[in-house]
Design a protein around this ligand. Structure first.
Ligand SMILES: [Mg+2]
Length: 233
């Protein structure tokens, strides 16, 4: 039976955090007459963290958090035109072209005959579906899971429902918090491929209780096929 490799999507298959980063810079600029960029950034993270349980992950929640942040920091002075500009920033993000990360497609092609390839991504259902469709990668994957949180419970449920033995499973992703730790905690294996930007709310301490038997870090996804050939990981 083929081993299953599950890929995270945002910042693993395509660029994502860079779009949030760029938008945050524009947002800071847009409202700089109310508040300094530094204060704005701190507050935005605080509001996003507060709203996460209500809005979930994704652009629409981010848009609302930007609006809420500037309403609070401007003490209600932000005007309707400025709020429309923030909404337009969010709409721009939702239609932003998908830039697949360098080497992803070649890597998938190198793995697809020997492994069952699936995607496990979290976020807003409509937006994640649209990104997968626009990426041109959808046909390579036998299964696509869009979930609202990537924790042990979610992974265990997907594995059970898909009849995948965790010993026959490998998770690939850029987020220690969402892609690596939950899998290691379930006794599975994972490959961490960091992206050059990490969302503030996604940052976690590097786990010391897991070693290279649990997960390895590769600099690029293109190193994956050779790594799997040369190691019994
Ligand atoms: Mg990711």
């Amino acid at each position: 039976m083929k081993r299953t490799i599950a890929f995270d999507a945002d910042d693993t298959l395509w660029h994502n955090e860079s779009i949030f980063h760029k938008t945050t810079l524009t947002f800071k600029d847009l409202v700089s007459h109310y508040v300094s960029p530094k204060v704005l950034e701190g507050k935005l993270y605080e509001v996003e963290r507060r709203n996460l349980a209500l809005f979930g992950y994704g652009i629409k929640g981010f848009m609302l958090s930007m609006i809420e942040t500037i309403i609070e920091l401007s003490e209600g002075k932000v005007n309707a035109i400025e709020i429309q500009q923030i909404i337009d920033l969010g709409k721009y993000m939702l239609t932003h072209p998908i830039h697949v990360l360098a080497g992803v497609e070649e890597t998938i092609l190198a793995l697809k005959d020997d492994y069952k390839l699936i995607v496990i991504t979290k976020g807003d259902l409509l937006d994640q579906e649209s990104k997968i469709a626009r990426s041109g990668l959808a046909d390579y994957f036998e299964q696509i899971e869009i979930v609202s949180e990537k924790d042990e419970k979610t992974y265990a449920e997907i594995l059970k429902r898909s009849k995948i033995d965790i010993n026959n499973f490998l998770m690939i992703g850029n987020s220690l918090k969402s892609d690596i730790l939950p899998i290691c905690n379930l006794g599975g294996k994972a490959v961490h491929i960091p992206y050059h930007l990490t969302w503030e709310l996604d940052k976690v301490e590097k786990p010391h209780h897991f070693n290279e038997q649990h997960y390895v870090t590769l600099e690029s996804v293109t190193l994956l096929p050779q790594f799997l050939q040369e190691n019994t990981f």
